[in-house]
Design a protein around this ligand. Structure first.
Ligand code: FAD
Ligand code: NAI
Length: 463
């Protein structure tokens, strides 16, 4: 078969790209090595982790908050098998949804490992082996979990996020290596379900790539919740004996030894190009194994593009989706643009954490003069009503023009609040513009208004 576009990989980058290509009238095929579509995000990433975060959140509220609300349910019991089954139900619904969208958009789906024969031919090794050809090809093969040199992941006791979403039991003591997004989200799941959780992080702060104020506040809240944080600790060994995993880590004050029944390795992800035979098509990889692309997401082979986790930039589903749409529109002769500065980053812990634009640290380094407005959730009626008073919204604006340069939040449902700022920043709004928008009362979004007021002329009303 001959196509206008072949997309390799059906994650949020690939399947969204395929849909947009089809919408624009291109004859499109998608190739996926697994039997279900949706990639990391739908099968073993965003969606199942959020399903488990939601279930564990409900349990945590039942144990710790219901009584304050005047609701007595006795001692809630966890049916972990049911919790995992519900998660799988959510995943199945979402992956079937992608299957439906492929059919609806008349996109041909091929199941099997795709590899380049040449710059226009993809070999698919599935139940049968066949070749298809395409005028253009999009690589959307995503990423896999990274490891630490010298540490073996046995997928039983020493596990990655994929196994952590499939456990048969709640760990007694989960040792998490890496205090980044996965470590904190999945650490939170099991901590809420009753596990002791210890996080060992190499950097001096958790979620170190976000605005420093967020890691500081999150660290405080997590300690209050009972998670143990070993910051500034470099893991030196992970050994397993029977059901016990022993982790040793070296910190400034000496060595720490932790014993647990599971160890989650969450130290980042690496681009996935194994078996793709990119070299057959003249597609170059960079020094970190990512597919090298120019500003148009075009690889070293002119008719081949690459998007999502397999190329440079944030490894996020929404970034992959934007790139998928952009490539489709470029192929149709349009001139799309992605503002990478406005890709929000979110951590779905409780409180949630979200940021967009520049951090204070980045602005300092760039020598930009800025001002900051910050407002706490504890002074917000809706947050108090829901007993969710940890955290704040911080808005950073240009000292002279008042243009919003970044916003960093920690608090209830800030994942949903950050888009307001991204929208405002896309229109190059000032802090005063946001402050003058009428925000519904009582909503947690009023904290954003107050932070914008604070940034404007230090005129927050409720502080
Ligand atoms: P992927 O989703 O990785 O999809 C690539 C697909 O290509 C896979 O299905 C793979 O099987 C297939 N493939 C690879 N090679 C071949 C080949 N040669 N032939 C055929 N098929 C191939 N991001 C967020 O934005 N929000 C979140 O809440 C979030 N939560 C996450 C939670 C976890 C636990 C993890 C692990 C990740 C999470 N992410 C989240 C990150 C997100 O999943 C990725 O950024 C996103 O999936 C990247 O999309 P992609 O299309 O580039 O690649
Ligand atoms: P990460 O990059 O967020 O965090 C990894 C952490 O591990 C870093 O803080 C790093 O300092 C630490 N680390 C590295 N080596 C270490 C060592 N030897 N000892 C101790 N600590 C060490 O990566 P993570 O959490 O694995 O997530 C991978 C990707 O998946 C992220 O890039 C993220 O974008 C994406 N993701 C996004 C989510 C979201 O948007 N909510 C949720 C989960 C994952």
């Amino acid at each position: 078969m001959n196509y206008d576009v072949i997309v390799i990989g059906s994650g949020p980058g690939g399947y969204v790209c395929a849909i947009r290509c089809a919408q624009l009238g291109m004859k499109t095929a998608i190739v996926e090595k697994y039997n279900t579509l949706g990639g990391t995000c739908l099968n073993v990433g965003c969606i199942p982790s959020k399903a488990m975060l939601d279930s564990s959140h409900q349990y945590h509220d039942a144990v710790h908050k219901f009584a304050d609300h005047g609701i007595n349910v006795g001692t809630p019991k966890i049916d972990f098998k049911q919790m995992v089954a519900r998660k799988q139900g959510v995943v199945d619904q979402m992956t079937k949804g992608v299957e439906f969208l492929m059919k609806k958009n008349k996109i041909d789906t091929y199941t099997g490992m795709g590899s380049f024969v040449d710059a226009n031919t993809v070999k698919i090794a599935g139940e049968k082996t066949e070749n298809i050809t395409g005028k253009n090809i999009v690589i959307a093969t995503g990423s896999k979990p990274s490891s630490i040199p010298g540490i073996a992941i046995d997928k039983k006791r020493v596990i990655t996020s994929t196994e952590a979403l499939e456990l048969k039991e709640i760990p007694k003591h989960l040792i998490v290596i890496g205090g980044g997004v996965i470590g904190l989200e999945l650490g939170s799941v099991y901590h809420r379900l009753g596990a002791e959780v210890s996080v060992v992080e190499y950097a001096p702060s958790i979620i170190a790539s976000m605005d420093a104020s967020l890691g500081k506040e999150m660290g405080r809240v997590m300690k209050k919740q009972g998670m143990k944080l070993h910051l500034g600790h470099k893991v030196t060994s992970v050994t397993t004996k029977g059901k016990t995993v022993t982790v040793t880590a070296e910190g400034k004050k000496g060595e720490v030894t932790l014993e647990g029944d599971y160890c989650l390795i969450a130290v980042g992800r690496r681009p996935y190009t194994a078996g793709l035979n990119a070299e057959n098509a003249g597609v170059k990889l960079d020094d970190r194994g990512r597919v090298e692309v120019n500003e148009h997401l075009q690889t070293s082979a002119a008719n081949i593009y690459a998007i999502g986790d397999v190329v440079k930039g944030a490894m996020l589903a929404h970034k992959a989706e934007e790139e998928g749409v952009a490539v489709a529109e470029m192929l149709a002769g349009q001139k799309p643009h992605i503002n990478y500065n406005l890709v929000p980053g979110v951590v779905y812990t409780w409180p949630e954490v979200a940021g967009v634009g520049q951090t204070e640290e980045q602005l300092k380094e760039a020598g930009v003069k800025y001002k900051v407005g910050q407002f706490p959730f504890r002074a917000n009626g809706r947050a108090v009503a829901g007993m969710d008073t940890d955290g704040f919204v911080k808005i950073i604006a240009d000292a002279e023009t008042d243009e919003v340069l970044g916003a960093h939040m920690i608090g209830p449902r800030v994942a949903d609040m950050i888009t307001q700022i991204a929208t405002a920043m896309e229109f190059r709004a000032s802090a005063e513009d946001i402050a003058r928008v009428c925000h519904a009362h009582p909503t947690t979004s009023e904290v954003t208004k107050e932070a914008a007021l604070a940034a404007t002329e230090n005129r927050a009303i409720h502080s």
